[in-house]
Ligand binder design. Structure first.
Ligand code: F6R
Length: 267
């Protein structure tokens, strides 16, 4: 069934409730199409969803045996195997905890001698896999998705980017609170790449994301807020907890829409 719905905002009590909804949607997707291609974010936001998927996998409710995955991004400049490289984070948080086949989840090659060629190869690998069915996204406090920082082209392919100081400050918590250890560069799926996924699911928890969420949902579509590009997508779902929703002017309307949503629509 073709479902053209554009942006939907789902406000949940807390991250656990959001994870249950998103985990359930992913499990149903994989049940319908075992060779589903998932787009996997890193950072702290998706962790409750990964925990939910691990629980469902352990319970025999979902199997990733035929599924594939693509990370959103990878740091450049960390030693191979660094525990905060997104390759290591994904292996630790989801890939190694469920039954993905070996090599079924790819990350951009942040160690490639030719980063431009590695980025082009990554976009080709996504296309060769048939494209991403469901892309999980977090959002930066500055509105970045992937590591597409403000003023990123809304049509951008996977490429190398330089992190803003704000993002390096935000991510220092993963590096002993030492900003000097946070790399300056990353390889990231572009906004154009992200927009080619068939379903975008952006998650945000906590009041420090409230401004970015309001700009994403209720501000103009602008490269100054990369997450606002979700308005250009035919099937984007924004799942936020109450604190992250607190600056939304139309929150009552979004709740009303979701409460009255026809069940057949799914997420
Ligand atoms: C991570 C990524 C980033 C994060 C964002 C939010 O793969 O692409 O866009 O989603 O920086 O990070 P957290 O979830 O740690 O707040």
């Amino acid at each position: 069934m073709t479902r053209v719905r554009f942006m939907e905002v789902v406000i949940v009590a807390d991250a656990a409730a959001g994870a249950e909804i998103v985990g359930g949607a992913i499990a149903r997707l994989i049940a319908a199409r075992p060779d589903t291609v998932l787009g996997l974010a890193t950072g702290s936001t998706p962790l409750p969803v990964y925990d939910d998927l691990v629980r469902r996998c352990d319970a025999g409710e979902v199997s990733f045996a035929q599924a594939k995955g693509f990370a959103l991004d990878e740091y450049v400049g960390l030693p191979q195997g660094h525990p905060e490289s997104y390759r290591a984070v994904l292996d630790r948080e989801i890939v190694g905890r469920v039954d993905f086949a070996p090599d079924a989840v790819l990350t951009p090659d942040g160690w490639a001698p030719d980063p431009a060629a590695a980025c082009a190869a990554y976009d080709r690998a996504i296309a060769d896999a048939g494209g991403i069915d469901l892309q999980i996204l977090g959002v930066g406090t500055d509105g970045h998705i992937g590591f597409n920082e403000p003023t990123s082209s809304l049509a951008s392919p996977t490429r190398i980017k330089t992190l803003t100081e704000q993002t390096r400050v935000d991510n220092a918590r993963f590096f002993d609170d030492d900003i000097a250890q946070v790399p300056h560069h990353v390889l990231t799926q572009g906004i154009g790449t992200i927009l080619r996924a068939r379903h975008l699911v952006l998650l945000a928890w906590g009041s420090n994301k409230a401004e970015a969420v309001a700009a994403t949902v209720e501000g103009p579509v602008t490269s100054m807020v990369p997450s606002s590009a979700l308005h250009l997508h035919p099937h984007a779902t924004v799942v936020v907890d109450e604190p992250a929703a607190q600056q939304l002017r139309l929150s009552d309307y979004y709740r009303h829409v979701y409460d009255n949503k026809p069940q057949w629509q799914g997420l």
